[in-house]
Ligand binder design. Structure first.
Ligand SMILES: Nc1ncnc2c1ncn2[C@@H]1O[C@H](COP(=O)(O)OP(=O)(O)O)[C@@H](O)[C@H]1O
Ligand SMILES: Cc1cn([C@H]2C[C@H](O)[C@@H](COP(=O)(O)OP(=O)(O)O)O2)c(=O)[nH]c1=O
Length: 682
């Protein structure tokens, strides 16, 4: 064994608890919690106010509500990047405190002035102020939290930002129900729930100002330089360059934009939709709350429930499902049912959202990750603005309709019909991205779902590695050793650093295991013990040879990898191949090869090429034929990652075909400066 083992970073498990234990960060977090709660309440109140001000006109109400959302999003699109740069010039603590005080003032003024003009002006001003507040906060967090806890700080910040939405919705509904009682306590108190919500919002900002004032831990003076000075246009162009060449990433982004358009349509139309069904502000609050509750449930539990499911499939499927529920929402004119439908819809969108972001993080290489995320975020903002502007216009144009079929009367209004259209679009986009990213075309979705529920499948997307990982698979005497050596030679000529290894026996420990596994003197090993011994060899091989090689950016070639276990111990020894595969996934932490080359030869021919036979080679021909069929089936399930070559050809013919396939791998040095379009062709 090598004297020192490489130490890949251990998964951080208990860090989340840690970050809130830091008193200064906890204070900041508390203030964020209150101001987001206030902010959501303010959003609900302002949209409700826009509807109140419309004086009952359907079209005006739709436009007015759209106006609120657009007013909130536009400043970010145009001012975002500049605000970050300006914010960096001021003392952060003072900036945050002043901004919070001003936001509180603006929110108090909205119900007092009580006009459309001031509602929008105030919203835009609040948003502009927030654009200065956020970068100042972002820049302060690293002062309060050690580096290794930053990611957790982000997680809990997100929790504060979005987790408060359902609470705000519940609060808003309660306020609507209790507003009469509140007014009865004293004539001095406001009687309108919208006004009360806005005052509470103002209070939450005052509280935040007070908390931050006491945060002496934030160093005085301006923040160090920020790298966010790209404007939206630039980040869009740069980001598109980075992502446009990969089919999977394209599918992902199309899907995420689709998800947000559908969500935008629901959010923008929710108030009028509720009104159409005879509900008021309280019902609006409940509906809004159930979307976010669903979202939170989807985000928190989706990945756990579907842990074994291919993420790529899950993403498209979840998106399509939310589209279907959107269609249902539009068709069923019942307020109570809507609340449930919207919660399920939210849950599936939440699943699509987390899997989308997780995959984006995995599929995109380190150097362009920041740019890609900036790109996706800009794209999402712009889509939201567009959808929030367009959806109500469509709804207003469609107007109110009443259909009578003999005794049945159906009322379908603009909001419902627009939601129906949004649902159909979501279904369409969901299935497009499902097909763009399908990773097992021959396996039906249902069998995939069933298998996932039984815990038999692995998520196809393991952690991203830097180098290229190629595995050779096939039966006995198929020419794996011959071809892997030839390929290694060719790659070295191409300027790659190559690590050529094999299983079993790619490590010192593995050599001993190989002796046990293949020596005739071992005698019979129980099939499960045999599977575990191969897995042990593999785990150590990945840990000490393959991973380190990939981390260095090398090309790692292995003669046999985990499909050998599924084929030999599974199909050959008649264990369940997917159970055996599960052990391998655990052993390798789901490290999948970039490309697996399967050399296929009828068992008899391969065995005929051997000089002498080891323990496994001595098995009867039927055993080896089962092994061969299993290999072929595995390869068929994922044609993008498997290359099957006919091993009965000459050594040279096989080599030519293998090289042609490997030469396409985008990460090869020789492809680095080639026109990018060709690189991701199937
Ligand atoms: N395409 C081929 N046609 C005929 N014989 C081959 C071919 N490829 C390899 N061989 C021979 O078959 C035997 C087994 O090849 P090897 O590369 O060791 O296979 P594996 O590693 O799959 O067991 C060797 O004697 C090799 O020379
Ligand atoms: C990697 C692996 C190999 N094996 C078997 C297949 C082979 O018979 C043997 C390894 O032999 P191998 O090194 O491939 O020898 P050869 O070069 O002669 O083909 O171990 C398994 O049964 N399960 C596994 O997971």
């Amino acid at each position: 064994m090598p004297a020192s083992l490489p130490t890949p970073a251990a998964p951080a498990q208990d860090a989340r608890r840690g970050v809130l234990a830091i008193p200064a960060f906890r204070k900041l977090w508390n203030s964020m919690l209150f101001s987001s709660l206030g902010d959501w309440l303010g959003l609900l109140a302002t949209t409700a106010l826009a509807q109140q001000l419309s004086g009952g006109s359907y079209a005006t109400a739709n436009f007015a509500i759209a106006g609120v959302f657009i007013a909130r999003l536009l400043p970010a699109v145009f001012l975002g990047p500049i605000a970050g740069v300006i914010a960096d010039r001021f003392d952060r603590r003072r900036l945050m405190v002043s901004v919070d005080l001003m936001r509180a003032g603006l929110y108090i003024s909205i119900p007092i002035v009580h006009t459309y003009f001031w509602l929008y002006t105030a919203m835009i001003l609040v948003e502009c102020l927030t654009l200065f507040w956020s970068p100042a906060k972002e820049a302060s967090v690293p002062n309060l939290v050690p580096r290794d806890k930053l990611e957790n700080a982000n997680q809990v910040s997100l929790l504060a930002a979005y987790g408060t939405a359902p609470i705000a919705a519940i609060l808003f509904s309660l306020l609507t129900l209790l507003s009469g009682a509140i007014a009865a306590i004293s004539p001095l108190l406001p009687s309108n729930s919208v006004d009360i919500a806005l005052y509470i919002n103002a209070l939450s900002f005052l509280f935040a100002a007070w908390t931050i004032r006491g945060l002496k831990e934030i160093p005085k003076g301006s923040a160090s330089k920020s790298n966010k000075d790209e404007n939206v246009g630039q980040s869009l162009i740069q980001g598109w360059k980075a992502v446009s060449e990969s089919k999977i990433i394209r599918g992902l982004i199309i899907g995420m934009v689709g998800a947000f358009s559908a969500a935008g349509a629901v959010i923008g139309l929710a108030r009028t939709f509720v009104g159409d069904l005879g509900g008021g502000d309280a019902a609006y609050g409940v509906l809004f709350g159930s979307v976010f509750t669903g979202l939170a449930i989807g985000i928190a539990f989706g990945p756990k429930v579907f842990a074994q499911f291919s993420r790529r499939r899950l993403f498209g499927a979840a998106l399509t499902t939310s589209g279907v529920f959107l269609v249902l929402l539009a068709l069923i004119s019942n307020l109570v049912l809507s609340v449930f439908i919207v919660a399920i819809l939210g849950a599936f969108s939440g699943i699509a959202w987390v899997t989308g972001f997780t995959m984006l993080g995995m599929e995109v290489t380190d150097d362009v990750r920041g740019r890609t995320f900036a790109f996706v975020q800009s794209l999402i903002r712009i889509t939201l603005v567009a959808v929030l502007a367009i959806a109500p216009i469509i709804a207003a144009t469609i107007g109110e309709h009443r259909y009578e079929f003999q005794t049945i009367v159906l009322n379908y209004n603009g909001a419902q019909i627009t939601i129906l259209i949004a649902g159909l679009i979501a279904v369409l986009i969901g299935s497009v991205s499902y097909h763009q990213m399908k990773d097992r075309p021959t396996v039906s979705l249902w069998s995939d779902i069933l298998a996932a529920l039984q815990g038999e499948l692995g998520a196809i997307t393991g952690a991203q590695a830097k180098g290229i990982f190629i595995a050779f698979e096939g039966g006995e005497g198929t020419g794996k050793s011959t071809q892997s050596q030839l390929l290694a030679k060719w790659l070295e000529q191409e300027g790659e650093t190559v690590v050529l290894s094999r299983e079993p026996g790619g490590t010192d420990l593995g050599k001993d295991l190989r002796k046990i596994l293949l020596g005739h003197e071992t005698g019979i090993i129980s099939p499960r013990a045999e599977a575990l011994l191969y897995a042990a060899d593999r785990a150590h091989h990945v840990f000490s040879v393959i991973r380190p090689g990939l981390d260095r950016g090398d090309v790692v070639i292995t003669d046999r990898y985990f499909d050998s276990s599924a084929a030999y111990q599974g199909a050959g020894r008649v264990l369940n191949p997917s159970e055996v595969a599960r052990i391998s996934r655990w052993a390798t932490e789901s490290l999948y090869p970039t490309l697996t080359i399967l050399i296929d030869v009828p068992a008899e021919i391969g065995l005929g090429r051997l000089q002498s036979r080891d323990r496994l080679e001595a098995e009867p021909t039927e055993f080896h034929e089962r092994v061969r069929q299993e290999f072929l089936q595995i390869a068929m399930m994922d044609p993008e990652r498997y290359f099957v070559v006919d091993g009965t050809q000459t050594v040279e013919e096989i080599q030519t075909q293998i090289i042609a396939r490997v030469a396409e791998l985008p990460a090869l040095k020789r492809n680095a400066d080639e026109p990018k379009k060709k690189r991701f062709r199937k």
